[in-house]
Design a protein around this ligand. Sequence first.
Ligand SMILES: NC(=O)c1ccc[n+]([C@@H]2O[C@H](COP(=O)([O-])OP(=O)(O)OC[C@H]3O[C@@H](n4cnc5c(N)ncnc54)[C@H](O)[C@@H]3O)[C@@H](O)[C@H]2O)c1
Ligand SMILES: O=C(O)C(=O)C[C@@H](O)[C@H](O)[C@H](O)COP(=O)(O)O
Ligand SMILES: [Zn+2]
Length: 362
Amino acid sequence: MYTVSVKASQAYEVHIGTGLLEQVGSVARTCAGGTKALIVTDSNVGPLYAGIVSASLEAADYACTTYTFLAGEAQKYASTYLDILDTLARSQLSRDDLVVAVGGGVTGDLAGFAAATYLRGINYIQVPTSLLAQVDSSVGGKCGIDLEQGKNLAGAFWQPRAVLADVGCLATLTPEVFSDGCGEIIKHAVLADPELFQLLHDIPLSLDVLHANIAGVAAVIARSIEIKRNIVEADEREAGARALLNLGHSIGHAIEHLEAYQRGHGSCVAAGMVAIARAAAASGACEEDVPTAIDQVSTAMGLDTSIAWGAEAIFKAALSDKKRHADTITLVIPHAIGTCALTTVALKDFYDIIASGIRKDA
Ligand SMILES: NC(=O)c1ccc[n+]([C@@H]2O[C@H](COP(=O)([O-])OP(=O)(O)OC[C@H]3O[C@@H](n4cnc5c(N)ncnc54)[C@H](O)[C@@H]3O)[C@@H](O)[C@H]2O)c1
Ligand SMILES: O=C(O)C(=O)C[C@@H](O)[C@H](O)[C@H](O)COP(=O)(O)O
Ligand SMILES: [Zn+2]
């Protein structure tokens, strides 16, 4: 088992290992008080894992109820968020009580945002069950919902009391959803860890690798979380450096929006990383072999890095990016594997960057 400590406005520990679902109640007792807990989960994860988590919470003297929503990004909207708030109020949870997110990134983002705003903020625990949620979304406190205009346009920074990433849960993911989580691991490697990138190149992660070497996958998850933790600790509320975690996202979020969220977040981020690396390499800002290396590692782990959209459509969709100011946008530019930096460019130059990044012959 690995434990990664996060020292943010609210300090907490991220536990990575197996058999952790059964420990949610006892961990909750050590880091949060209260007498009631609301589990938030989705229609795929609930039937598999909510019962184990609920039993564990009941054994730790929490009166536990479960809220289940229909799985999918389409539910990461205001109506589901408001429904969770209504459920919290109807169940009369008080300021001492607890929300427990059991599921992927959609569940964590919804439950975290509800916890951040119900009674102006109550405790919550993240129990991430997808690879993406374990390596990225359950850590760092970003939570929120999508609006018609784009991804994550309403939200909060609200740190959990604890994160329990039970790697055993990954065995029930579809190969596509498992692959999708690899997009954010590759992002962390490109940001800060050439050795991790090499490891992913040599041993591309897959469900087969999980079954053959669950301890090895847990080690990669822990390393990925450490990379994110280091950035979050330096800049919890994204005044500067935390924006690095947006590598591949300006274009990636635009693709997600254009494709009506039918394509996974990790795949869109991988496509966005390849495009921005290609544009950076074309301008001489990035080592020449980086775009191909990111593309190969992504493809080897089952990610689709293709982009079917023109520069104009992507540019328009990317204007809702939170790193956009009046007529500039801050981009995360890869210079080499393990070295990236923030650069602010005029919007008209951003258009050219997109065009250069998606050019097929580049
Ligand atoms: N807050 C953050 O810092 C942050 C970081 C990265 C991504 N995100 C957000 O996370 C979301 C993507 O997360 P995701 O890919 O986990 O999406 P998701 O929550 O929709 O999960 C993907 C699918 O896997 C299923 N699933 C999850 N765990 C399972 C398991 N163990 N067994 C079987 N099925 C399981 C879900 O039901 C769903 O159908 C996006 O909304 C993205 O914007 C947030
Ligand atoms: O934690 C962060 O900071 C991130 O940017 C992590 C991203 O992987 C994640 O997709 C996040 O939700 C994006 O945030 P946004 O502010 O660009 O909506
Ligand atoms: Zn992301």
